[in-house]
Write a protein that binds this ligand. Structure first.
Ligand SMILES: CC(C)(COP(=O)(O)OP(=O)(O)OC[C@H]1O[C@@H](n2cnc3c(N)ncnc32)[C@H](O)[C@@H]1OP(=O)(O)O)[C@@H](O)C(=O)NCCC(=O)NCCS
Length: 281
């Protein structure tokens, strides 16, 4: 597609295609300093190329923007939208998202979702322009493993209605590799069978529950979806996983939760808050 560059009045040649391994160097170069802390694209590039749903926008033969999608349960999850700083405000991010939505529609998806940091105004503008709505707010905490001699009283969930109902009542999603997956009886059953759900009780009632998975992208990283209305319950679960991680040689723990403030625990840091954005496509 040929478009007119509004700044220079020159015609430029723009296409969107699947990313190739040979795009890596140029893309990673402009993704080095995306955020104040850097960027994670370097860690997921090979994985996304293998998955095959990584789009790249080429301007005059050079990759200048990317966007990755994955498809499950008639939904598309859009992530990793990056535009080279020198090529912003030309509508490239919009084109990539619209293209991803159109691919998703061809795969019978009806919902598109993405996650945006609550302070990322540019991205929120983009999402607003594209008619995405804020669905939920989530908080991200990082936790460094640490041996403790406390013995937290956490219980491995078994397949019973009490646990399934608690989960369905208190959370719509759990987080797997930074994707928000809808909770339904079928995947709760699988998570229970894989012993990925733990909980704590107080006065015979569940007061905190966690779903834990290992990240597919990031090495030795554990992801916890924490649901809790009790400081003690959260404390027990966090302490349990600090120990668990040491035993299993896990290097970092990422906690995703709707809880705004977690108890003060050494090596537990609140990092960011995110909006889960949703659009019917
Ligand atoms: C957020 C980000 C992806 C937006 O990319 P972009 O290509 O600049 O976005 P677009 O050009 O599609 O739209 C951005 C703006 O450009 C304007 N614009 C679009 N086409 C234009 C054109 N031809 N001429 C001038 N302005 C234009 C739009 O109106 C929009 O303005 P707004 O922000 O006031 O609404 C980019 O800033 C980026 O890579 N940021 C860092 C990474 C990041 O935050 N990623 C998202 C994580 S969820």
């Amino acid at each position: 597609m040929i478009i007119l560059n509004s700044f220079s009045n020159l015609l430029v040649y723009v296409i969107i295609r699947k990313a190739k391994a040979s795009d890596k160097k140029m893309v990673l170069e402009f993704c080095k300093t995306t955020f104040s802390w850097g960027d994670y694209i370097v860690e997921v590039w090979d994985y996304w190329i293998r998955e095959g749903n990584l789009l790249v926008l080429i301007e005059n033969n050079n990759p200048v923007a990317i966007c990755h999608s994955s498809f499950f349960d008639k939904q598309v999850w859009i992530e990793g939208i990056r535009v080279n700083e020198n090529f912003r405000k030309k509508g490239f991010a919009k084109r990539l998202v619209l293209k991803s939505e159109s691919i998703a529609k061809n795969k019978n998806c009806v919902i598109s979702k993405m996650l945006i940091e609550t302070n990322n105004k540019k991205s929120l503008n983009l999402a607003d322009y594209l008619n995405y709505k804020k669905e939920e707010t989530w908080n991200f905490y990082s936790l460094i493993p640490k041996k403790s001699y406390k013995k937290p009283k956490v219980i491995v969930a078994i397949n019973n209605n009490k646990i399934i109902n608690f989960l369905l009542l208190n959370s719509t999603y759990y987080v797997k590799s930074w994707r928000w997956i809808l909770l339904a009886k079928t995947n709760i059953d699988s998570l229970i069978n894989e012993q990925r759900i733990l909980y704590t009780i107080h006065d015979d009632k569940i007061n905190a529950l966690v779903i834990f998975t290992e990240s597919e992208y990031f090495e030795k990283t554990l992801m916890l979806t924490l649901i809790s209305d009790s400081v003690n319950g959260s404390n027990e679960i966090i302490t349990y996983f600090q120990n668990y991680a040491i035993d299993k040689n896990i290097k970092r723990i990422q906690i995703l939760t709707k809880i705004k403030t977690l108890p003060k625990i050494e090596n537990l840091d609140k990092k960011f808050s995110f909006y889960l954005m949703k659009k019917e496509i």
